[in-house]
Design a protein around this ligand. Structure first.
Ligand code: FE2
Length: 361
């Protein structure tokens, strides 16, 4: 099911429209803003030029920090970044992150008042141009933003969450007192004319919730993907992998022999058990154009739910949360394709199909 989409070698004209939209509508970019663009050796050079040149047309001061290709995204929490890049980040007002993702220096930048936008989830790589054009120009990102705000509010006002699937998922979470996050890609709310976030992932959207350590009891039947080592990106099991969760900890991995075996082997090879803690977040994909490509857009496929395991010690402060988190050198994710999600017994998505408008509670 995983599909590699087009990797362009020359600038596609639509990409300039996307970059302009990101700066104007999502970042509210103003003249004199100090913009640091972080890329790596996989980022197509014309993508970097488009972000730098467009920032300059807004009157911003732009520069690029080009990194070597990093280890796989699962290992992001433990990567040691070049201190020269970290030093540059301390001067930035806006970081356009095409390469880094989860990193303490990114959290530090947000906590001291900078804003961070991640076109491509910090692992933009080869496919970023095609992914952003398709997921942002062929659908209404403002409608996605408003819908994500509504769904985040439903999470915030609910006490219990149950996720099931005909493949065998059945897991419950106590979400009393937790805040939903829209994760809609917008730092700026153009409807209200005010800032709405300091950290945003593009393309939109994946409203969800970050969970305290120890959350969740039940089973997840993985039929979408597993994003973990040794896969550099992700792998799609051809029959489900079943994960048994007890009090926010993965205690059993069964199902497809190849993928269940690889996951068990990888977790056992880690220096500690912190990778077994989770789910530490889950999110509902809402983008009707997102696909199962090699780009992390797959976490936005409309009607799917992704779950994260391992570190959320950096995710929680980015979401403004204060609860006990999991500290780990790994963060891995998985996707279920046909979830039914209920909040306090009311259906938000059924068998992977989302209604046109979210339910009102
Ligand atoms: Fe995650």
């Amino acid at each position: 099911m995983a599909q590699a989409t087009e990797t362009s070698v020359t600038l596609r004209p639509e990409f300039l429209r996307v970059v302009e939209m990101i700066y104007r509508e999502m970042c509210n970019l103003q003249p004199k803003t100090k913009v640091l663009i972080l890329a790596d050796s996989r980022t197509p050079p014309h993508v970097v030029s488009a972000f730098m040149g467009m920032a300059m047309t807004f009157g911003a001061e732009a520069m690029v920090g080009l990194n070597a290709t990093p280890p796989p995204p699962t290992l992001q929490p433990g990567i040691k970044w070049n201190p020269m890049v970290i030093a540059a980040s301390r001067e930035a007002d806006l970081i356009v992150d095409l390469a880094v993702g989860y990193a303490q220096f990114i959290v530090d930048a947000v906590l001291r008042g900078a804003r961070v936008i991640m076109p491509g989830d910090g692992t933009g790589a080869h496919h970023i141009e095609e992914s952003l054009i398709r997921c942002m120009l062929t659908t209404d990102v403002h409608a996605l933003r408003r819908e994500a705000d509504q769904i985040a509010a439903l999470f915030t006002q609910s006490d219990t969450c149950r996720i099931t699937s005909q493949e065998g998922t059945d897991i419950e979470f106590d979400i009393r007192g937790l805040s939903g996050t829209p994760s809609d890609g917008f730092l700026w709310d153009p409807d209200k004319g005010e800032w709405k976030s300091s950290w945003a992932i593009v393309p939109p959207a994946q409203p969800g919730i970050t969970l305290p350590k120890g959350s969740g009891d039940g089973v997840i039947a993985v039929d979408g993907f597993l994003l973990y080592e040794p896969a550099y990106d992700h792998e799609t099991p051809t029959s489900p992998v079943f994960l048994t969760i007890e009090k926010g900890r993965l205690v059993k991995v069964e199902g497809h022999p190849l993928y269940a075996g690889r996951l068990r082997h990888w977790l056992a090879s880690l220096p500690d058990d912190s990778g077994t803690y989770g789910p530490i977040h889950f999110n509902l994909g809402t983008n009707p154009r997102a696909m199962m490509t090699q780009h992390l857009e797959f976490e936005r496929i409309r009607g799917t739910i992704d779950f994260g395991f391992g570190d959320n010690s950096m995710l929680a402060p980015l979401s403004g949360e204060q609860f006990e988190t999991v500290k780990s050198d790994v963060h891995w994710d998985l996707l279920i394709m046909r979830p039914t999600l209920t909040l306090d017994g009311k259906v938000v998505v059924e068998n992977g199909i989302m209604p046109k408008t979210p339910p009102s509670f």
